[in-house]
Design a protein around this ligand. Structure first.
Ligand code: ATP
Ligand code: MG
Length: 285
C-alpha cells in the first residue's frame, strides 16, 4: 500500500487541533459532516474519524497506520505502537483531586482510600510505584462527582485549568502524569509507508519550528551592529543591509518565541530601533 491511514478523534478536544496541524502541513481534504472517512487530495493520506479510546488499538491492529491521541490514552491502553512525535497541543495533567477541605499533605494519605478514575492502569501503576494500596473505582465519565455522591474518597482525572475540580468542591492535590497530543504509528509499516511518514514528519517539524520562532527586523546604527548580532543567534547569522540613511543598517534574523521578550529588551538597550516581529509559517532547519 502506498498510502497511510491516520486515525483522528471524531469530535472532542483533539479534533480541531489535529485537523489544523494537517492543514498547516499543506494537506487538503474535504471532510463532509459526520463522515467517518476521508481521502487527502494532495498527499497519500487517508483519514479515519474515531473515538480517541479506540485509536491505539486500531493502530496496533493495523486498521490505521497512524493516529493522534493524548499521551494519557496511549499510556492507559498499553498497546504495542510507536510514539513518533509529541505535537504540543491538548496539554493537560492527570491529577489526583480531593475535597478542598482535605488538609492533603502527600500521596501517602491515599493509602486505604478509594479513588474514582477513567485511567485505572495509569493510576494503579503510579500507586504501585509509591507503595500505596488504594481501591480503584473505574468509571467512564463525570469522575469529578464521585466524592460528593459518596462513591469514592478522591478522583484521578484530566485537569487543565482546574476549574472542573473547583466547581465540584475539589482541589488538585497531586499530578500523576503530564500529557499532550502525540502522533503514534503502527509497527508494521512498509518501506513506502515509512517514506510517506518521514515526509509527514518533515512537514510537522517545519510547522512546529515556525511556531517556536519569530522573524525579527530592526534598524541599528552601524557601530552597535556587532553587539546586536551577538544578541541574535539567528539561523546562521543575521542578514545586514545598509539603510538609505548614512551610518545605519537593517538587520533580519530569527528569535525563539520563548526568548523573545528578553531579547527585545536587550536589543533596545543596544540601540535597536523600529523593531518589527512577524510570525513564521514554516521553517526548514
Ligand atoms: P471520545 O468521545 O473521543 O472518547 P473523550 O471525551 O474521551 O472523547 P476528550 O474530552 O475529547 O475525550 O479529550 C481527548 C483528549 O484531550 C484527552 O484524552 C486528553 O489528552 C486531552 N484533554 C482532555 N481534557 C483536556 C483539557 N481540559 N485541556 C486540554 N486537553 C485535554
Ligand atoms: Mg475517549
Amino acid at each position: 500500500m502506498n498510502t497511510l491511514k491516520i486515525a483522528i478523534q471524531k469530535s472532542g478536544r483533539l479534533s480541531e487541533d489535529s485537523l489544523k496541524l494537517i492543514k498547516e502541513c499543506g494537506i487538503k481534504f474535504s471532510n463532509g459532516k459526520g463522515k467517518l472517512k476521508a481521502v487527502a487530495d494532495n498527499f497519500p493520506l487517508e483519514f479515519l474519524f474515531l473515538r480517541d479510546d479506540d485509536i491505539p488499538g486500531y493502530v496496533e491492529d493495523g486498521v490505521a497506520d497512524l493516529g493522534i491521541v493524548g499521551e494519557n490514552v496511549l499510556v492507559e491502553y498499553e498497546k504495542d505502537v510507536e510514539l513518533v512525535k509529541k505535537l504540543g497541543f491538548s496539554k493537560c495533567r492527570l491529577s489526583i483531586g480531593v475535597d478542598r477541605n482535605w488538609d492533603y499533605k502527600d500521596i501517602s494519605e491515599l493509602d486505604g482510600k478509594s479513588i474514582a478514575t477513567s485511567y485505572p492502569k495509569i493510576l494503579e501503576n503510579f500507586l504501585k510505584g509509591k507503595n500505596i494500596k488504594a481501591e480503584i473505582h473505574e468509571i467512564s465519565g463525570s469522575v469529578e462527582i464521585a466524592p460528593s455522591i459518596g462513591l469514592a474518597d478522591a478522583v484521578c482525572d484530566i485537569v487543565s485549568s482546574g476549574s472542573t475540580l473547583l466547581s465540584n468542591g475539589l482541589k488538585e492535590a497531586d499530578v500523576i502524569m503530564r500529557s499532550e497530543a502525540v502522533l503514534i504509528s503502527g509497527k508494521k509499516l512498509s518501506s513506502e509507508q515509512k517514506e510517506i511518514l518521514n515526509q509527514l514528519i518533515f512537514r510537522i517539524e517545519a510547522v512546529q519550528a515556525g511556531k517556536n520562532n519569530k522573524y525579527i527586523l530592526l534598524n541599528a546604527p552601524n557601530d552597535s551592529i556587532d553587539e546586536i548580532i551577538s544578541l541574535l543567534p539567528g539561523m546562521k547569522s543575521p542578514t545586514v543591509l545598509p539603510l538609505a540613511m548614512e551610518g545605519w543598517s537593517s538587520l533580519h534574523s530569527v528569535v525563539k518565541e520563548d526568548e523573545f521578550w528578553d531579547v527585545i529588551e536587550k536589543l533596545k538597550a543596544a540601540g535597536a530601533q523600529g523593531i518589527l516581529v512577524a510570525p513564521i509559517e514554516k521553517m526548514i532547519l
